[in-house]
Design a binder for this molecule. Structure first.
Ligand SMILES: Nc1nc2c(ncn2[C@@H]2O[C@H](COP(=O)(O)OP(=O)(O)OP(=O)(O)O)[C@@H](O)[C@H]2O)c(=O)[nH]1
Ligand SMILES: [K+]
Ligand SMILES: [Mg+2]
Length: 435
């Protein structure tokens, strides 16, 4: 028998209202025991909740009857006055009635297990709760709508179609099916491989929207990286001094630019140093620059041109700082924007430039973006299996079947159609309690 669970669904602490959610077979008997009777499903009603002779609260109570609820089970919401004592009294009463506190994500896990949503949608619920930028919310809502799931389901249909063609030839090798039926699966697989490849490529975009786009400030010592860092995050987060080699550790700050989450990093100035501490700082700076989505090469007038040349990528930007003191000379092909963190000149333009870059890199392409490493791995697996099947098709069609089944399995695991036990814990452990 399934447990009946409850959790506070609103943030803990003092508030106008606090909502306790319940789900499971014993919801109705628990409500009755608390004095909340004669509740029409989905109609809010005010009831005096009492337990063991104590008045708990005058609450607004909502009841849902299986399977028409978030979890697919009988469930209810108690809208209480939002004080700690009220919530505590209600929780104590529920526990005494045999209703147990929910684990993180347990409501959504039940929704998944009762087929109210697939795994990709359950992950979208977690993303939507965590969303702090408009782009994150948009992406999560698209995934919750099932757009991503539909895309995966479409891939799977193509695969099963190809598999049917291949197996028809194996099962009826002689007269019932036309010769070379298996080979007609070729174009289907070619198209599918293209689609999978594109989907895998959207992975970086989806993950960046969700986790933050990584921008690193890098350059010579004293170029003004920390000054620029402070200007962009609008507070004195990093130490600025005229002494070369001030910054050692990588300093990260989360900010939102143009509706997108960004992680901005300040780094140690690049120079050879005998000081082991500074040398370690420089090593970390280079490493972070390599991993970044975008590098801003900060240069002051007089800094040598060479630094960026070694590591820069064509999409990077040179920020010519200290424009109040003069301009820089550069032979690099990178775009250059001049600013002064001292006078503020050029800073709005830099902000706009970054916003435009974010939107160019991250805004909706034709695909709902793949948002998780888990999805990307499975898609890559499916892609390599499809590629193998495509090769087999021309030489030994009977070998292609196994590859195609492997690809279909990999896709099914993304939405949780099969083999989910091993990933359930991983997916739902990231949820907050009450969801
Ligand atoms: N005139 C002028 N001075 C600036 C400007 N930006 C920064 N500075 C000065 O340049 C010096 C170095 O600035 P930082 O921000 O510490 O430079 P950094 O690149 O972080 O230096 P390290 O951490 O040592 O690599 C400080 O004295 C700043 O006040 C600017 O736009 N104009
Ligand atoms: K400095
Ligand atoms: Mg610095």
């Amino acid at each position: 028998m399934t447990d009946t669970i409850f959790a506070l669904a609103t943030p803990p602490g003092r508030g106008a209202i606090a909502v306790i959610r319940l789900s499971g077979p014993a919801v109705e008997s628990a409500l009755t025991a608390l004095g909340a009777t004669k509740l029409k499903p989905r109609v809010a009603a005010v009831r005096d909740l009492t337990y063991a002779g104590d008045h708990i609260d005058q609450a607004l109570v909502l009841r849902f009857v299986a399977p028409s609820s978030y979890t697919g089970e009988d469930s209810a919401e108690l809208h209480l006055h939002g004080g700690r004592a009220v919530v505590e009294a209600a929780s104590r009463a529920l526990i005494a009635l045999g209703v147990r506190p929910a684990e993180p994500g347990e409501f959504t896990r039940r929704a998944f297990q009762n087929s109210r949503m697939d795994l990709a949608q359950a992950e979208a619920v977690a993303d939507l709760i965590d969303a702090e930028t408009s782009a994150q919310a948009r992406q999560a809502l698209g995934q919750l709508d099932g757009k991503l799931s539909e895309t995966y389901a479409g891939f799977r249909r193509d695969l099963l179609h190809a598999l049917a063609l291949v197996e028809a030839e194996i099962d009826f090798p002689d007269e019932e099916v036309p010769d070379n039926l298996a080979r007609t699966a070729g174009p289907v697989l070619d198209r599918l491989a293209d689609d999978l490849r594109r989907a895998v490529d959207t992975g970086r975009r989806g993950e960046r929207v969700r986790d933050g786009y990584r921008i690193v400030l890098i350059g010579e010592t004293n170029a003004g990286k920390s000054s620029l860092f402070n200007a962009l995050v609008a507070r004195e987060a990093a130490i600025v001094t005229p002494i070369a080699g001030t910054t050692r550790d990588v300093l990260d700050a989360d900010l939102v630019i143009g509706g997108y989450a960004v992680t901005l990093s300040d780094t140690a100035g690049l120079r050879e140093s005998d000081d082991p501490v500074e040398a370690e700082g420089v090593r970390r700076a280079r490493l972070r620059a390599e991993q970044a989505d975008l590098r801003l090469w900060v240069r002051a007038p007089g800094d040598p041109d060479g630094v960026a040349a070694d590591y820069a990528r064509p999409e990077d930007l040179v920020v010519a700082n200290k424009s109040d003191l003069g301009s820089i000379h550069t032979a690099s092909c990178l775009e250059v924007l001049s600013v002064s963190t001292e006078s503020g000149q050029g800073l709005p333009e830099l902000h706009d430039w970054i916003a435009a870059r974010l939107s160019a890199d991250l805004a909706g392409a034709d695909f709902p973006a793949v948002t998780r490493e888990r999805h990307r791995l499975r898609l890559s697996e499916a892609l390599s299996a499809v590629t193998a099947a495509r090769v087999a098709l021309d030489v030994a069609p009977e070998m292609a079947g196994d590859d195609l089944r492997r690809a279909a399995d990999a896709l099914a695991r993304v939405t949780g159609a099969i083999g989910v036990e091993d990933i359930l814990g991983q997916v739902f452990s990231t949820f907050c309690i009450g969801k």
